[in-house]
Write a protein that binds this ligand. Structure first.
Ligand code: ATP
Ligand code: FE
Length: 335
């Protein structure tokens, strides 16, 4: 079975071809235009998607060494995401599927982040159901109980900012370019994680809150630079290590609570922030310390990609769960 996956929910235009769950091609066009604005500008994103979508899909098909008529179905991101961005992928997927006379499959972007763990990879073990997914990305922070491919229940989530935003906004306060998450990770490697302390938010149950964290970082930096204008420059590694240590601590506390609450100790991390070395190390430690079984994705499946859309499409194809051609994009799309 050949599935074409199309992803256009935010600022990356991506297309991938999977053959029986194995990747033949996985193309991502990252939009550089947003960097100068320090964040994603929706109108510019949808325009860039329009420019990128044809060449990106063409490249995915060429790299896979197949022709269009080999494709069995087209899977696309229906949501959640930016409406203008989603519309480009949705309209394109519909017209191409209609033109080729093949099934159309709608995919939830957040489910796809989790299902990336099911892409056929020799060196990676697939999670066993049921498991808990910690979905940490630029727009979401969720703990999801995954009972089957499409049987997922959100048992905890952020009440305000996402963890990716906490990284990116902290980075912005430190004067680092967007997206700053990977840079905090990089500088953290050579810093002391216990140099500075940030307060942990008190949020009930399995939910998260990160808006206060960002404010705490802002006040801390403002206070310190008043006495020492070079404070950030001199302490960048220690500040980044401390921010990362605090965020990872917040995530791990809730995960421990979720394991206790559900009795499930198989944990998969997903989404852009699952590329973070701090959370990866914390999970590997938890395997030894608490006997958890942890699943850590390959780096290329952490941030937005179309292979994850295609694998979700693959499993829906097996169930003949196809979309009607009247389907529309959904900016807020819960599952
Ligand atoms: P969503 O999936 O919620 O719609 P998104 O698709 O924009 O949001 P992703 O592409 O999954 O988000 O993730 C992007 C986020 O991941 C950004 O906030 C980025 O800073 C963060 N990120 C990527 N790598 C790292 C890293 N190594 N450490 C910390 N954060 C990281
Ligand atoms: Fe995403």
């Amino acid at each position: 079975i050949y599935i074409l996956g199309i992803e256009s929910s935010c600022d990356d235009t991506a297309a991938a071809i999977l053959h029986n769950g194995k990747i033949l091609s996985n193309v991502v066009a990252t939009q550089a235009v947003h960097k100068q604005y320090g964040g994603v500008v929706p109108e510019l994103a949808s325009r860039a998607h329009q420019q990128n979508i044809v060449p990106v899909i063409h490249q995915a098909i060429t790299q896979a060494n197949i022709v269009k008529k080999d494709i069995n179905a087209i899977a696309f991101t229906r949501g959640p995401g930016l409406m203008g961005s989603l519309l480009v992928g949705t309209s394109f997927a519909k017209s191409l599927a209609m033109g080729l006379g093949i099934p159309l499959i709608d995919v939830n972007h957040m489910q796809a982040h989790i299902l990336a763990h099911f892409i056929e990879e020799d060196a990676f073990e697939k999670p066993e159901f049921p498991f808990l997914a910690l979905t940490i990305s630029g727009g979401h922070t969720q703990i999801v109980k995954v009972s089957d491919y499409f049987q997922m229940e959100v048992i905890g989530e952020t009440t305000d900012d996402a963890v990716g935003e906490a990284f990116d906004k902290s980075a912005k306060i430190l004067g680092l370019p967007y997206p700053g998450g990977p840079l905090i990770d990089k500088y953290a490697q050579s810093g002391n994680p216990k140099a500075f302390k940030f307060p942990k938010p008190k949020v009930p149950e399995l939910n998260f809150s990160f808006s206060g964290f960002k404010t705490a970082v802002l006040y801390f930096i403002q206070r310190e630079t008043k006495n020492n204008p070079d404070f950030v420059k001199v302490n960048l590694e220690d500040i980044c290590a401390s921010i990362q240590y605090s965020i990872v601590g917040i995530l791990m506390d809730k995960l421990k609570k979720a394991v206790k609450h559900t009795g499930i100790n198989r944990i998969a991390i997903a989404g852009g922030v699952s590329a973070n070395s701090g959370i990866r190390n914390a999970l590997m430690e938890a395997e030894k310390k608490y006997g958890w079984k942890c699943y850590i994705p390959k780096f290329e499946y952490t941030t937005d990609n179309a292979a994850m859309i295609a694998i979700a499409g693959h499993y829906k194809y097996l169930e003949k769960d196809f979309a009607d051609f009247s389907i529309t994009a959904q900016a807020r799309y819960k599952f």
